[in-house]
Design a protein around this ligand. Sequence first.
Ligand code: GRG
Length: 364
Amino acid sequence: MAFLATISGHENLLLSNTLNNNFTFSGKPSRQSYRFLNKKIQTSNVANSFRAFQVKEQEISSKKEKFILPKFDFQEYMEMKAIKVNKALDDAIPMQEPIKVHEAMRYSLLAGGKRIRPILCMAACEVVGGDESLAIPAACAVEMIHTMSLIHDDLPCMDNDDLRRGKPTNHKVFGENTAVLAGDALLSLAFEHVATKTRNVTPQRVVQAIGELGSAVGSGGLVAGQIVDLASEGKQVSLTELEYIHHHKTGKLLEAAVVCGAIMGGGNEVDVERMRSYARCIGLLFQVVDDILDVTKSSDELGKTAGKDLMTDKATYPKLMGLEKARQFAGELVAKAMDELSYFDAAKAAPLYHFANYIARRQN
Ligand code: GRG
């Protein structure tokens, strides 16, 4: 508990609350284990680092002032940013001929959703000193890609879901053929939108961001995660395979959102890689917390069927490493995410600190 003891008397209790309320942090993190995410890493290193979490207490204490956070209304921030994102998305796809496909695209894109990825994109742009306007086209593109993946994921040939974002799924309303085409159109529009609507950013940076988006969605990104997930159904899945699926299916796009924001905002190479490391931590954290909630909360508390992973014998972090170790792992991911942010201006990084905390502390 040395790490908690070091920071818990601190003026901002955000991190210690996170760890106390949701996760016990019995490891003693090292500078070495924090730093590993500064390099370009494979996700599996995150689990490896968890296993190799052996450290000296004094190495941490020198960083404690880095966790001082300015007062910040995260909920208001999210609401304000979501309004901007929703307006930009609405403007990006006007109703036009052919009506049916544009209606289907708008139906899913404007159906709500937390807008986590576009907001992360804008927040990362601001962390490196850019104005959010530089990142809005990229932020919209990420949400278009995310929406495409949800439409395709819900299709009968994939997860065959009837409900998404509280509404009937795209294919239930428009038919399967239109849903496929609406997804395809959203995917291509995403790239067109970044290329044609980004302003005041150098062409080199725009091309770099487009490359990030392409690699996040393709056969080394979302598609890779989905195909491995499909192939794993009914089979024993190892921790490494589980991490591979999550990193590709969920993590890659989240990472692209953050990295594109930092690129558009004018971040240097080191800034961009720090943002990438931060994004990898919170992407994995999202999944670990999801798995923990599934076994610790009731259906009422979750608003969906609790214990579903257990019932379907799905590979999860609590199943593969035990509940306590899964909690520790989550605590370590929060700490690593926070540490990446400690290199940036605290006021500008506040939204991203709160994002990590929000993902870690969510109760459903
Ligand atoms: C066709 C190129 C192509 C790719 C599609 C179907 C597929 C390949 C991948 C599946 C990707 C997928 C659906 C991953 C799950 C991601 C996830 C955690 C969704 C929930 O995200 P939230 O909570 O949802 O941010 P909202 O609705 O708030 O946006």
